[in-house]
Design a protein around this ligand. Structure first.
Ligand SMILES: NC(=O)c1ccc[n+]([C@@H]2O[C@H](COP(=O)([O-])OP(=O)(O)OC[C@H]3O[C@@H](n4cnc5c(N)ncnc54)[C@H](O)[C@@H]3O)[C@@H](O)[C@H]2O)c1
Ligand SMILES: O=c1ccn([C@@H]2O[C@H](COP(=O)(O)OP(=O)(O)O[C@H]3O[C@H](CO)[C@@H](O)[C@H](O)[C@H]3O)[C@@H](O)[C@H]2O)c(=O)[nH]1
Length: 449
């Protein structure tokens, strides 16, 4: 732990997407004077009027509250971003490159190269984006070279571990804060920035720059590995008639293993785990240690096989031919409580079945606009009952609470065939079976019917 004495600062958050918008509002909430900066004019206009450009539980309220204090505003001006930046958080995107597995650092480079020449005063710049190890060192050197304030612009790396759907809570009460520094004085300064958060007593982990970047890569690689491990077990279960949910429960009782992140199903997606896994492998290859992470390529393959398995099971439930069949897909977002459809398994499966000639009707409580824009083809239904009406098979692919609350007996009267693919192992299968449904859950024996 460290001194938690809080010092309100002028803070700039560069990049106001899923991470940055929440971080900006959270920094204002704890008392800083915050400018959120983004190159996307539409996003900035929305945020300035208190509207969130994406769905994240609790963010509307937080944004409204912090805008009302006058401590938060959003801008598209690099100059305003630099002028308010005693402390500058870098939160721009680092997606997968289109031509390789590596992370695309174009946004990091552009943000740093445009901002640096405007930094005439001392500043503490904090990288929060997930980057290949070595990026922080480039950011540090570029800032020193291009900033008029020179060495007075310092760089620390402060990776972010928030989960979408829990972003507000995870930002205001993280389970740990990690900071990579060249100089311990920078960590001490950052501790005063995070004062009210650190007061809650979570671990404050100070490491070097390289370790901080690797901590983030390692955390996501581990989480992805844990999910693919249980999904590999699901393959074994399906080959033997065993039950992956019972297996996960049984091994999860061992505290060394733990039950969390052992939810077998259609696999992981989103804007983080898949691309971070691949970016990590690409960086290892550049560093000449690709063998160290060779197993992650299996983690990725196992994960992608889950989507194919879901398509195959849907086909089996439709007696081998999906052409012209009505398929209701419950869920488009990559996880519940989010409208994020980046690399969403649900949308991938829905899109594939549509391309195979099925009549696919997708429902999601929040992600339909994003889905319509990104994956045209399937029919998107605002009302879950519209998606279900006349369906020959129902695919549960994103475990929104409202799907758990559906009454299988009532739904049974709407559909043409009472067949369910449970792709998330989150529904009470016994209830569905009791209502006469034929249920195939991924990694579990087919029951009912
Ligand atoms: N989404 C998460 O849950 C999460 C959690 C932890 C870490 N991360 C990491 O945080 C980073 C951001 O992820 P995200 O999900 O918020 O992405 P995002 O695409 O939602 O947001 C990125 C934002 O950066 C903006 N941007 C791009 N170039 C810019 C520039 N030069 N100046 C200012 N803004 C610019 C974009 O317009 C966009 O609004 C990534 O590295 C990601 O891996 C994300
Ligand atoms: O047991 C599980 C747990 C998760 N998932 C799936 O894995 C994906 C990712 O889930 P989760 O990790 O909860 O969501 P993210 O919001 O993508 O968060 C991850 O990625 C962020 C960005 O790097 C990190 O900050 C978080 O710590 C890390 O959990 C989703 O598709 C989930 O459905 C499973 O299939 N089984």
């Amino acid at each position: 732990m460290t001194s938690n004495e809080f010092v309100p600062r002028r803070v700039t958050v560069v990049g106001c997407g899923y991470l940055g918008a929440v971080h900006a509002a959270a920094m204002a909430e704890i008392g800083h004077d915050v400018v959120g900066f983004d190159v996307d004019e539409a996003k900035v206009a929305l945020l300035n009027t208190g509207h969130t450009p994406f769905y994240e539980p609790g963010l509307d309220d937080l944004l409204e509250r912090t805008l009302a204090t006058g401590r938060l505003r959003f801008t598209t001006s690099y100059q305003e971003a630099a002028d308010n930046g005693d402390v500058i958080f870098l939160c721009v995107g680092t997606p997968q490159r289109k031509d390789s597995n590596a992370a695309d650092l174009v946004y990091v480079r552009s943000a740093v190269e445009n901002l640096a020449p405007l930094l005439t005063e001392p500043a503490l710049v904090l990288g929060k984006s997930t980057v290949p190890v070595g990026t922080a060192e480039w950011v540090r050197d570029t800032l020193r070279e291009l900033a008029p304030a020179g060495d007075a612009v310092r760089l620390a790396w402060n990776p972010e571990f928030l989960r979408e759907g829990f972003a507000v809570k995870d930002t205001l009460s993280p389970d740990r804060l990690v900071v990579g520094v060249d100089d311990p004085a920078d960590a001490a300064e950052l501790a005063t920035v995070y004062g009210p958060i650190l007061e809650q007593g979570m671990p404050w982990v100070v490491v070097d720059l390289a370790t901080a970047q690797l901590v983030k890569n390692a955390a996501n690689a581990f989480l992805a590995t844990k999910i693919s491990f249980i999904n590999a077990m699901a393959e074994l279960c399906e080959a033997t008639g065993a039950d992956v949910v019972a297996l996960a429960d049984a091994i999860g009782h061992d505290a060394r293993i733990g039950r969390r992140f052992l939810q077998a199903g259609v696999g992981f997606g989103g804007g983080c785990l898949p691309k971070d896994l691949r970016g990590f492998m690409a960086r290892a290859e550049e560093l000449g240690v690709d063998q160290a992470l060779a197993f992650l390529s299996e983690v990725d393959s196992i994960n992608l096989r889950r989507r194919k398995r879901a398509v195959d099971v849907a086909t089996e439930l439709l007696d081998g031919d999906v052409t012209g069949k009505r398929i209701a897909v419950l869920g488009a977002a990559f996880k519940p409580d989010s409208d994020d459809i980046r690399d969403s398994p649900a949308l991938d499966v829905a899109g594939t079945l549509h391309e195979m000639g099925a009549d696919v009707r997708v429902h999601d409580p929040k992600a339909l606009d994003n889905a319509r824009r990104t994956r045209p083809g399937p029919q998107y239904c605002d009302d879950v009952r519209e998606a279900l009406a006349g369906a020959d098979v129902v695919l549960h692919l994103t475990e929104w609470r409202e799907y758990r609350e559906l009454d299988p007996a009532e739904i049974g009267a709407l559909v043409a065939g009472k067949k369910l693919l449970e792709g998330r192992n989150a529904l009470d299968v016994d209830r569905w079976v009791a209502a006469g449904w034929d249920v195939k859950a991924l990694g579990r024996p087919r029951v009912g019917g």
